[in-house]
Design a protein around this ligand. Structure first.
Ligand code: PNS
Length: 160
Protein backbone atom coordinates (compact mmCIF):
# COMPACT_ATOMS: atom_id res chain seq x y z
CA UNK A 1 0.00 0.00 0.00
CA UNK A 2 1.17 3.52 -0.83
CA UNK A 3 1.13 6.06 2.02
CA UNK A 4 1.63 9.81 2.24
CA UNK A 5 3.40 11.49 5.15
CA UNK A 6 2.37 15.13 4.76
CA UNK A 7 3.72 18.10 6.68
CA UNK A 8 5.34 21.50 6.62
CA UNK A 9 8.82 20.13 7.46
CA UNK A 10 10.05 23.64 8.26
CA UNK A 11 12.68 22.21 8.75
CA UNK A 12 12.77 18.39 8.90
CA UNK A 13 13.52 17.11 12.43
CA UNK A 14 14.67 13.82 13.92
CA UNK A 15 11.04 13.33 14.97
CA UNK A 16 9.95 13.48 11.32
CA UNK A 17 12.75 11.08 10.36
CA UNK A 18 11.61 8.60 13.00
CA UNK A 19 8.06 8.68 11.58
CA UNK A 20 9.42 8.29 8.03
CA UNK A 21 11.54 5.26 8.98
CA UNK A 22 8.72 3.61 10.90
CA UNK A 23 6.21 4.42 8.16
CA UNK A 24 8.53 2.91 5.57
CA UNK A 25 8.26 -0.38 7.47
CA UNK A 26 4.48 -0.24 7.41
CA UNK A 27 3.80 0.74 3.80
CA UNK A 28 5.21 -0.41 0.48
CA UNK A 29 6.01 3.18 -0.45
CA UNK A 30 5.97 6.45 1.47
CA UNK A 31 5.50 9.74 -0.31
CA UNK A 32 6.83 12.44 2.00
CA UNK A 33 4.87 15.49 0.91
CA UNK A 34 5.85 19.05 1.71
CA UNK A 35 2.55 20.90 1.74
CA UNK A 36 1.36 24.39 2.48
CA UNK A 37 -0.10 24.84 5.95
CA UNK A 38 -2.21 28.00 5.56
CA UNK A 39 -1.98 28.57 9.34
CA UNK A 40 1.80 28.88 9.28
CA UNK A 41 4.29 31.22 7.67
CA UNK A 42 7.27 29.11 6.70
CA UNK A 43 10.87 30.09 7.36
CA UNK A 44 12.34 27.85 4.64
CA UNK A 45 11.24 27.90 1.01
CA UNK A 46 9.49 24.88 -0.45
CA UNK A 47 12.69 24.05 -2.39
CA UNK A 48 14.83 24.27 0.75
CA UNK A 49 12.46 22.02 2.70
CA UNK A 50 12.33 19.45 -0.10
CA UNK A 51 16.12 19.56 -0.44
CA UNK A 52 16.70 18.95 3.27
CA UNK A 53 14.22 16.06 3.25
CA UNK A 54 15.69 14.48 0.13
CA UNK A 55 19.16 14.54 1.64
CA UNK A 56 17.88 13.10 4.93
CA UNK A 57 15.89 10.32 3.20
CA UNK A 58 18.73 9.23 0.96
CA UNK A 59 19.23 5.51 1.46
CA UNK A 60 15.67 4.75 2.55
CA UNK A 61 14.64 2.75 -0.51
CA UNK A 62 10.86 3.14 -0.51
CA UNK A 63 10.65 6.86 0.32
CA UNK A 64 10.07 9.68 -2.18
CA UNK A 65 9.89 13.38 -1.42
CA UNK A 66 7.51 15.69 -3.28
CA UNK A 67 6.02 19.15 -2.86
CA UNK A 68 2.40 20.01 -3.48
CA UNK A 69 0.26 23.10 -3.23
CA UNK A 70 -3.37 22.24 -2.62
CA UNK A 71 -5.47 19.85 -0.63
CA UNK A 72 -3.87 16.72 0.77
CA UNK A 73 -6.79 14.66 -0.55
CA UNK A 74 -6.06 15.85 -4.09
CA UNK A 75 -2.45 14.72 -3.73
CA UNK A 76 -3.67 11.36 -2.36
CA UNK A 77 -5.89 10.96 -5.44
CA UNK A 78 -3.05 11.97 -7.77
CA UNK A 79 -0.62 9.52 -6.17
CA UNK A 80 -3.14 6.71 -5.69
CA UNK A 81 -2.43 6.66 -1.95
CA UNK A 82 -5.01 5.23 0.44
CA UNK A 83 -3.14 5.94 3.68
CA UNK A 84 -1.98 9.06 5.49
CA UNK A 85 0.69 8.74 8.15
CA UNK A 86 1.19 11.41 10.81
CA UNK A 87 3.18 11.53 14.03
CA UNK A 88 1.60 12.58 17.33
CA UNK A 89 3.59 13.99 20.22
CA UNK A 90 0.88 14.27 22.84
CA UNK A 91 -2.78 14.68 23.70
CA UNK A 92 -3.24 18.12 22.19
CA UNK A 93 -1.89 16.90 18.88
CA UNK A 94 -4.04 13.79 19.05
CA UNK A 95 -7.11 16.05 19.06
CA UNK A 96 -6.02 18.20 16.14
CA UNK A 97 -4.79 15.18 14.18
CA UNK A 98 -8.11 13.43 14.75
CA UNK A 99 -9.96 16.45 13.37
CA UNK A 100 -7.67 16.52 10.34
CA UNK A 101 -8.08 12.77 9.76
CA UNK A 102 -11.85 13.13 9.97
CA UNK A 103 -11.87 16.06 7.53
CA UNK A 104 -9.68 14.21 5.07
CA UNK A 105 -11.85 11.09 5.29
CA UNK A 106 -14.95 13.23 4.70
CA UNK A 107 -13.35 14.81 1.63
CA UNK A 108 -12.09 11.49 0.29
CA UNK A 109 -14.04 8.52 1.67
CA UNK A 110 -11.77 5.54 2.21
CA UNK A 111 -8.68 7.65 2.91
CA UNK A 112 -7.36 6.24 6.18
CA UNK A 113 -5.01 7.98 8.64
CA UNK A 114 -2.54 6.16 10.87
CA UNK A 115 -1.14 8.13 13.81
CA UNK A 116 2.26 7.06 15.09
CA UNK A 117 3.10 8.08 18.65
CA UNK A 118 6.43 9.86 19.03
CA UNK A 119 9.31 7.61 20.01
CA UNK A 120 10.72 8.00 23.51
CA UNK A 121 12.93 11.06 23.62
CA UNK A 122 11.46 12.69 20.54
CA UNK A 123 8.13 14.02 21.80
CA UNK A 124 9.68 17.40 22.62
CA UNK A 125 11.28 17.88 19.23
CA UNK A 126 9.54 20.24 16.82
CA UNK A 127 10.41 22.40 13.84
CA UNK A 128 9.39 25.52 15.76
CA UNK A 129 11.78 24.63 18.58
CA UNK A 130 14.57 24.15 16.03
CA UNK A 131 13.81 27.51 14.39
CA UNK A 132 13.80 29.28 17.73
CA UNK A 133 17.12 27.78 18.85
CA UNK A 134 18.70 28.47 15.45
CA UNK A 135 17.40 32.05 15.40
CA UNK A 136 19.39 32.77 18.55
CA UNK A 137 22.50 31.00 17.29
CA UNK A 138 22.08 27.79 19.33
CA UNK A 139 23.21 24.31 18.35
CA UNK A 140 20.37 22.33 16.76
CA UNK A 141 22.39 19.23 15.89
CA UNK A 142 20.57 17.14 18.53
CA UNK A 143 17.23 17.79 16.85
CA UNK A 144 17.73 17.59 13.08
CA UNK A 145 19.41 15.17 10.67
CA UNK A 146 23.05 16.07 10.11
CA UNK A 147 22.39 16.60 6.41
CA UNK A 148 20.03 19.51 7.22
CA UNK A 149 22.52 21.41 9.37
CA UNK A 150 24.17 23.23 6.49
CA UNK A 151 20.93 24.72 5.15
CA UNK A 152 19.80 25.70 8.67
CA UNK A 153 23.09 27.42 9.41
CA UNK A 154 22.96 29.31 6.11
CA UNK A 155 19.35 30.40 6.75
CA UNK A 156 20.17 31.75 10.19
CA UNK A 157 23.67 33.02 9.25
CA UNK A 158 25.20 30.82 11.93
CA UNK A 159 28.92 30.29 12.21
CA UNK A 160 28.68 27.07 14.31
O1 PNS B 1 3.54 19.88 9.68
P1 PNS B 1 2.16 20.48 9.78
O2 PNS B 1 2.22 21.99 9.60
O3 PNS B 1 1.44 20.08 11.04
O4 PNS B 1 1.33 19.88 8.54
C1 PNS B 1 -0.01 20.27 8.28
C2 PNS B 1 -0.38 19.94 6.85
C3 PNS B 1 0.59 20.61 5.88
C4 PNS B 1 -0.35 18.42 6.65
C5 PNS B 1 -1.84 20.46 6.60
O5 PNS B 1 -1.88 21.85 6.81
C6 PNS B 1 -2.34 20.13 5.18
O6 PNS B 1 -2.78 19.03 4.95
N1 PNS B 1 -2.25 21.13 4.27
C7 PNS B 1 -2.69 20.96 2.91
C8 PNS B 1 -4.07 21.60 2.74
C9 PNS B 1 -5.14 20.65 3.26
O7 PNS B 1 -5.41 19.60 2.69
N2 PNS B 1 -5.78 21.09 4.35
C10 PNS B 1 -6.86 20.31 4.96
C11 PNS B 1 -6.34 19.28 5.92
S1 PNS B 1 -7.66 18.81 6.96
Amino acid sequence: MKAIFPGSFDPVTLGHMDVIRRGAQLADEIVVAVLVNPDKRSAFTMEERVGMLQAACEGIANVRVVSFTGLLVDLAKQKGAALIIRGVRGLAEFESETAMAQANAALLPGLETVLLPAAAGLSGVSSSLVRQIAAFGGDVSAFVPGSALGAIRVKYSMTL
